[in-house]
Ligand binder design. Structure first.
Ligand code: NAD
Length: 478
């Protein structure tokens, strides 16, 4: 018997959770269920996190969490509870299998069977955003070495365990050379440890196009958080419906299982929703907690039901489907099929507990870090970069000088183009004039001088070299 936490969520959540639990129990799942309330009601009762402190205790004690989708109210400072849960519990890996069910579910891609392994904790989802000038807001994209190592290793270990042949990495490291560059670099390092698994890297734009057009070219695809979020919806949708795919969020101690889709509020309360996504999440949960026999029985009954043409509205198609059913009737059909196997779709055999025991991340020895300059960001409403350069040069001190100004990344001084559009957010790059190392005292002096000159500094970024390697981007056009 495994004790799990469940939350029925919002919108279609309660209906698909009831259907899922009914199927699991009928199949003989050994589950003791503790229910918590999360989502809209909790938010609207004034709790901006969408969850009570006591519910966190329940989730942490039980360690395994089956969660229906929740609605994040728009605006009003409500933070997404999904993102918070993944991060609080260290659920670094988000596994999203997307498989076609041809010829029983209409799809342009009959042989598609891919698994998206999405980094789940960092990237732009750190949610660190600021407005800095009248015209400019920023979102910080954070990528860490442990984050990359953990997710890439997870993808290869998953491929090994599931007898998958290839792991593909998607990034945009031709543009984001530091952040996506690190993800790609770590992928290349770890891929070497798995000589029996093919590996490849695609730039995300053409990779995404290829995945939408020829998904059979891919097997396991690992990617940073935002890309994985977007592309897993695409992948699920092109198998036939976003309502078909489940998702496992895995951490070192806890795990959370869900559907990949949201709460579909317009479909709520009408016995319309397809419970398959949450059911697929629940099957991953059963495999994770060692109840593989139950998982196998449920999955084969589900495949048989799909094969019998008993379909909810989202996948119902005249000529392919036999019977259009609601959430409850679909669940009842799966229960009737327990013990049976599909005859055309491949029946599954689950023999392995899928929980992976990965080595803990080990911090590497520190490298030699040298401060070689600073970018000072300035809010200035003028338009002529030469004028700004003249002002900024007044704050130079001995040992540090202005070398470049950019506007949204593009170099505008020295030798900018008249045609370049400039907003009110300027990056002024200072480098050392004497040798390489810059003392932090010099930076503080620069900021003090800027204050005296009435220059509105909004933030600084130190420029470092690590073991003699420049670790900051050049200006575009530099
Ligand atoms: P959504 O996935 O809820 O719905 C998009 C459309 O997909 C729906 O209109 C419906 O036509 C279809 N659909 C989705 N699930 C279905 C199912 N099980 N059966 C049949 N059709 C289904 O996306 P959205 O409308 O952008 O988001 C609605 C709410 O869900 C938002 O508040 C959002 O924040 C939240 N959301 C929650 C999660 C989560 O809890 N993990 C994930 C995504 C979105």
């Amino acid at each position: 018997m495994t004790k799990i936490t469940i939350a029925k969520g919002d919108g279609i959540g309660p209906e698909i959770m009831d259907a899922t639990l009914e199927i699991l129990m009928a199949a003989g799942a050994q589950l003791e269920i503790e229910e918590i309330e999360v989502g809209e009601k909790v938010y609207l009762a004034g709790n901006t996190s969408g969850i009570a402190a006591s519910s966190w205790e329940t989730i942490r004690n039980n360690k395994v969490f089956l969660k229906a989708p929740i609605t994040t109210p728009q605006g009003g400072g409500y933070k997404s509870l999904n993102v918070t849960t993944r991060k609080f519990l260290g659920l670094y890996s988000n596994v999203r299998p997307c498989m076609s069910l041809h010829p029983f579910v209409s799809t342009k891609h009959p042989v598609m069977d891919i698994v998206i392994v999405r980094e789940n904790e960092e990237d732009l989802y750190a949610g660190i955003e600021h407005q800095q000038t009248d015209e400019v807001v920023q979102c910080l994209k954070l990528i860490s070495r442990p984050g990359c190592e953990k997710i890439v290793r997870y993808a290869f270990e998953y491929a090994k365990q599931q007898n998958r042949k290839k792991v593909t990495c998607f990034t945009k490291d031709n543009i984001m050379k530091q952040t996506d560059g690190l993800f790609h670099q770590v992928f290349d390092e770890i891929a070497k440890e798995y000589p029996n698994i093919e590996n490849e890297h695609w730039i995300i734009d053409i990779g995404a196009a290829k995945m939408a057009d020829t998904p059979e070219a891919f097997d396991v695809i690992v990617m940073p958080n935002l890309y994985g979020d977007v592309l897993s919806d695409v992948a699920a949708q092109i198998t036939g419906s976003v309502g078909l795919a489940g998702s496992a969020n895995i951490g070192e101690e806890c795990s959370m299982f869900e559907a990949i889709h949201g709460s579909a509020p317009r479909r709520a309360g009408q016995n319309l929703a397809n419970p398959s996504g949450l059911l697929q999440g629940a099957i991953m949960m059963l495999n994770h907690i060692g109840q593989m026999d139950v998982a196998e029985r449920v999955q084969n009954a589900w495949l048989k039901t799909i094969e019998d043409g008993i379909h909810t509205y989202d996948i119902f198609k005249e000529g392919i489907s036999k019977q259009k059913v609601g959430t409850k009737e679909f669940a009842a059909a799966v229960i009737t099929n327990l013990g049976q196997k599909p005859s055309i779709l491949n029946p599954v055999i689950y023999s392995k507990n899928t929980a992976l025991n990965l080595p803990k991340y080990k911090r590497k020895p520190a490298t030699h870090k040298q401060l070689v300059g600073v970018d000072i960001f300035v809010h200035w409403s003028g338009s002529n970069p030469d004028e700004l350069a003249e002002k900024i040069k007044r704050i130079e001190n001995n040992g540090i000088q202005l070398t470049m100004i950019t506007n949204r990344g593009i170099k505008v001084w020295p030798e900018g183009f008249r045609e370049t559009f400039c907003t009110d957010h300027w990056r002024c790059r200072f480098k050392s004039t004497e040798g390489k190392e810059v003392s932090k005292v010099r930076i503080i002096e620069l900021l003090k001088n800027a204050l005296d000159e009435n220059i509105d500094t909004i933030k600084t970024e130190n420029l470092y070299e690590f073991d003699g390697r420049s670790a900051y981007s050049l200006g575009q056009g530099q």
